[in-house]
Design a binder for this molecule. Sequence first.
Ligand SMILES: [Zn+2]
Length: 394
Amino acid sequence: MVDVMTVDPMVGTDSEVSAVLAIGKRKRVARTSANVPLVQSATPWLAPSVLVAMRHEADLEIAGPVDEMALAGAERAQAVMHGWYPAQMRRVAVRADSVEVPVSAEGRGVGCFFSGGVDSFYSAIKHSDEITHLIFIHGFDIGLNNEDLADRTRTALRAAAADLGKPLIEVRTNLRQVHTGFGLDWEAHSHGSLLAHVAQVLGGQLSKIYLPASFPATAMVPYATHPDLDLHWSSTAVELVHDGVEASRPQKVAAFAHNDAAMRNLRVCWYNRENDYNCGKCEKCIRTMMNIRIAGASGRCSTLPAEIPWDLYARTYMTSGGIESAQENLDGMRELGYDDPQLEAALRGVLDRPRLTNELLHMRKIAAIAPAFAEFLWTQMTSVRERRMARATQ
Ligand SMILES: [Zn+2]
């Protein structure tokens, strides 16, 4: 028998929306808030819910009317997801009252998702004439419990947005946690549908939103945000546009390397070692420093070190993404006519590295973090013991 997933939007405040997502006894409350009024309707819950339903092969019932164009788009999105992941994502029926919502773009603006990274700066600057608002989301790449990093990032992105002459819409949502709880993978399944949710709750302010592309067209793979998928999450009120597939990462950086707002605020680090804005030491940071060098802008970015740590790069364990980036940078040098024997040697060193050497670097990295991990375990055990003792003496 096919399970049923139910979605019940709850009455929220002006700037907060929430809904209960449930399949059988599994129940989670999804919450999104922002520094602007949000659309109180069932439509924004469609994209995130339909993926949960597909993952669990459960028919979806949404309480409350859903925009007719969004419902038709969700059917096409299901076809795309099922085509990519036939075993994980099954087609399901969606039951909701379809409603035609007459809305006009007049008086509303154009947004662009903005994490402060290479893809966001590229799209924000490329469409600067049209874009009226930038949108930052806390709860995606920065965890909801990391308020310290979120605060510093918000401060920096407010400055970046002000430098670009746009207001920053600040959103907070637990939907990534909710999706993970229902067994969805961020990169394979979730990401785009959660951006779509945020886009739809901002329908009061915005009629069109750019989603900066993660990959160029030449390297496109099935991914949760994708030019063949994102457009299907549009509604009558808000159009979603996947943007920037025409440029590789070195080309994107070259396009904004001489923009002061970008060079003062670029944020690329996933690693956030010691909660840094950019650690300056991980593969992603070093890759970006190389992008900047290829663009002829070495030393211009104030959020990354000016000098590339060559020795560290040569000793960095490369994931498949790191290897692809080294190749992309080498191609970028050629495309942009940049001659640099030192950089070329560093990139070739990574590309020609024997697999075993790479694996040994991985083992060394794991060994290096072992003492910190042991200390973490010890702290946890000690705090459990202390709590027990405290309870015993009460
Ligand atoms: Zn880093």
